[in-house]
Design a protein around this ligand. Structure first.
Ligand code: ZN
Length: 165
């Protein structure tokens, strides 16, 4: 039976890029749960899961436009190392939040793509932008959300039940 909005769906998954490199997997941290209809996961992925029966598995391929969008070369910015705050680790792959020019705007997530001498390349694309995503999913369980989960607008599982939001 397909799941409905406001049900909590628990899955195991492995995500590969189109070359077979593992990008993410629940094999290490255990299954992931999400509250259906709340865009906790990619909407196209959620839609593809909706007809799965518990304990079944499925391969799902999402083109970039169904996932994190195309890669935009304009979203690369090179700055000087000293423009970054002193208290952060300047290493490739580190996630940062860039302050927007306009104080009204929210900080913009980016990551360090490259470091060459004094120059640090920041990439404001999503790390998975431009990538075709290959999911292998096993749907483990579907249950009704608790009142607390509905109030919070997300699923609670072993990995996030201690949060303070
Ligand atoms: Zn919560």
């Amino acid at each position: 039976m397909p799941f409905k909005e406001n049900q909590v769906v628990t899955i195991d998954f492995t995500l590969h890029d189109s070359d077979g490199n593992v990008l993410d997997t629940t094999a290490e941290d255990g299954p992931m749960s999400f509250l259906a209809g709340q865009e906790e996961i990619l909407p196209a992925l959620e839609a593809a899961l909706a007809d799965m029966a518990p304990q079944s598995t499925k391969k799902i391929v999402l083109k970039p436009e169904m996932a994190y969008g195309p890669y935009d070369p304009e979203e690369i910015h090179v700055i000087k190392r000293q423009e970054l705050p002193d208290d952060i680790d300047i290493e490739v792959g580190v996630d940062l939040l860039a302050e927007a020019d306009d104080e009204e705007e929210e900080a913009i997530p980016c990551y360090i793509r490259k470091i060459e001498g004094d120059e640090v390349t920041l990439d404001f694309n999503h790390p998975l932008a431009g990538m075709e995503l290959h999911f292998e999913v096993k749907l483990l369980e579907v249950r009704d959300a608790t009142a607390e989960e509905l109030e919070h607008g997300h699923a609670h599982d072993a990995s996030n039940h201690d949060h303070e939001e």
